[in-house]
Design a binder for this molecule. Structure first.
Ligand code: SF4
Length: 618
């Protein structure tokens, strides 16, 4: 809340308006971590606050301190037990905090560890602010600069970002000058225009990473949506409105984007734009195939840009002796602790003083008045051992999505020129958004309509972009209520129930499955049939899509598995059964399934969601 909103809030509590200023100072200037620390507020007012507001403060779960340069990498735990990363960098000009704007990220940049676990949820303005406040409190020194460059795409969480920036630069709070704040985007063009029109004095950093459109599409799926020309036009507009020089980030990966022709093309693209290029040798991420360009390549690249009149620096690598790459500390923590990322619906935010216990055991959904059980799911997606890109997408929300009590989706895309990746991701985004907006209450109706809308959107996209002709995706969706599971299916991604045995609930829409149904081959022959990957239905294939819908009773002890065929082609059903039975924890089960598929050859992308509907019902 800003000071005006806080004043209204304080008045509504029956307190004098001047108390709002005191409260605001405690929160934003004195950086109090609890209401009890606000010692000059009357005890009665503090009790009143505790009853009517929740004071959110991040918990420090881990910190790594670089012995080389004092860089500190923090892992903060949010109220819902998701974890985020923030970094303190120490420069001669002052202390700079790099903060996250989302838990996870859905942009899927290929060299980024933050994208590996997918998107979890947006951060609230207070969760962004508290990263700065916690660091400042911890070191006892002022933070003079802030970069929004950690996990997440800030422009995918635009409204919260804007409120955060306003509070951060407020003279009654930390008063960090706008010129000392940088916001980094992977290139969400409409929000660059929107941001320009806010007429702030904030530096815009754009992750470019490739000067050729096709190469950029391969590295950054966002480029499929907004091409280089659109992006650079938006950057020029930003400069024209703010007068702020644009920073272009360019991560150099060996043999990928570091050649002389890449440097030439980059110079050509940026010529005439008031900008600065930051070259960053890419941080190696174990799950990704990229390695950093050698020093001589980095220097040669820099020299070529300079010769062509482009301002360029090589970014000093801080914290090399700790988990430096964005997202790695968080990923390691989740892996080591066997934790499950707690997914919540896209776009859902909670403001500082409006916290509700969204993850309590029974949660009134407001819309329907239904009681919703808490579930624990774990999702994971992996490129496998042979594919060059991951065309699978996954979404898992244990929390309500519109009128649905939860929602789980796996999609396996197909199509050249990155179209498969786009198809699966866009289908999932459309289904989530359609379900979120749906006035219906029956899960089957909501799912069927959502798949239908995704189908229409893919067809329309392909009609406008010849390079996307032929793209499509499978989809398997699940919604779990107190005693039932509802599933929707198109293609050959599957849903299983595992309990005393393993039972495939969905039916594959594949060429060999139809041969099995017609009695032409048996199941065993189907497993190794050369045409087993030919599917007969896909989202984005025909105008009138037919979605199979299933409704099944749940029994105590049931576990649910949704997966792409990258798992089922590599791991036999009995092996899947054994893994899920042996691993009580859904995160470990998901990881074990993934490892089994890769151990057996990992020929395709692999995606799994393991759900334990009974985890909190004991
Ligand atoms: S680089 Fe940024 S935008 Fe891209 S996936 Fe990582 S966090 Fe998201």
């Amino acid at each position: 809340m800003n000071l005006n909103e806080l004043t209204e809030f304080v008045k509504a509590l029956g307190e004098k308006p001047f108390r709002a200023k005191q409260l605001y100072q405690w929160m934003h200037k004195n950086l109090a971590a609890s209401i009890d620390e606000m010692t000059n507020l009357p005890g009665r007012f503090r009790e009143n606050l505790k009853e009517n507001a929740a004071f959110i403060s991040l918990q420090q779960a881990d910190v790594q301190i670089s012995g080389q340069d004092g860089t500190r990498k923090y892992l903060f735990m949010l109220e819902d037990e998701n974890v985020i990363e923030s970094v303190l960098m120490r420069y001669k000009f002052g202390n700079s905090a790099c903060i996250s704007s989302q838990a996870g990220c859905r942009m899927g940049c290929r060299f980024c560890a933050s994208a590996l676990g997918g998107f979890v949820r947006n951060l609230t303005p207070s969760e962004m602010l508290d990263q700065v406040y916690r660091i400042e409190r911890g070191i006892g020194e002022r933070i003079s600069h802030v970069v929004v460059m950690g996990t997440g795409e800030p422009f995918d969480n635009y409204d919260a970002l804007l409120r955060f920036l306003t509070l951060l630069s407020d003279e009654n709070g930390q008063n960090i000058g706008q010129r000392n704040i940088t916001v980094s985007t992977c290139g969400i063009v409409p929000n660059i225009y929107r941001f320009a029109d806010e007429k702030l004095q904030i530096t815009l950093a754009v992750s470019l990473h490739a000067a050729f459109q096709e190469k950029r599409e391969r590295l950054m799926p966002v480029a499929l949506r907004y091409d280089l020309k659109e992006l650079l036009d938006a950057c020029k507009y930003y400069f024209s409105k703010t007068g702020r020089r644009i920073t272009f980030e360019y991560a150099l990966a060996s043999g990928e984007n570091d050649s002389a022709s890449d440097a030439e093309e980059l110079s050509r693209l940026l010529s005439g734009i008031n900008c600065h290029v930051n070259l960053i040798p890419v941080n190696p991420v174990k799950e990704r195939a990229f390695t950093a360009s050698g020093h001589s390549f980095v220097l040669a690249f820099k020299n070529k840009l300079e010769k062509n009149g482009i301002n360029v620096t090589i970014r000093r690598e801080l914290g090399r002796d700790i988990d430096a790459a964005c997202g790695q500390l968080r990923k390691r923590y989740i892996e080591n602790a066997g934790r499950t990322a707690v997914h919540s619906p896209i776009g859902q935010t909670i403001d500082a003083l409006e916290h509700t216990d969204r993850f309590s055991r029974t949660d009134d959904t407001k819309n329907t008045g239904r009681q919703v059980e808490v579930m624990r799911s774990s999702s994971i997606t992996d490129i496998g051992m042979h594919r060059k890109m991951n065309q699978d997408s996954v979404y898992a929300s244990d929390a309500p999505v519109g009128n649905l009590p939860n929602l789980y989706l796996v999609a396996d895309g197909m199509g050249g020129h990155n179209a498969g990746e786009y198809a699966s991701r866009h289908t999932i985004e459309t289904i989530v958004s359609s379900a979120g907006d749906s006035p219906h209450t029956r899960p089957e109706t909501i799912l069927e309509e959502a798949v239908c809308r995704a189908n229409k959107e893919l067809l329309a996209m392909a009609a406008d972009h010849p390079s996307m002709w032929g793209m499509g995706t499978t989809i398997v969706a699940a919604v779990i209520t107190k005693d039932k599971i509802y599933a929707a299916n198109v293609g050959d991604s599957r849903l299983y129930i595992v309990n005393d045995g393993i039972c495939q609930v969905t039916r594959d829409h594949s060429f060999v499955e139809e041969m099995v149904r017609r009695g032409e081959i048996d199941r065993e022959s189907a497993r190794n049939h050369p045409d087993k990957n030919i599917i007969t239905r896909a989202v984005g294939a025909v105008e009138e899509i037919e979605t199979d819908l299933f409704e099944t009773e749940l029994k105590t002890g049931d576990k649910i598995l949704l997966c792409s065929d990258g798992l089922t082609n590599m791991v036999e059903d009995f092996e899947i059964y054994n893994i899920i039975k042996e691993q009580e924890d859904t995160a470990r089960a998901a990881e074990e399934l993934l490892h089994a598929a890769n151990r057996n050859g990992g020929r395709d992308n692999i995606t799994v969601i393991v759900i334990d509907p009974f985890s909190d019902r004991a």
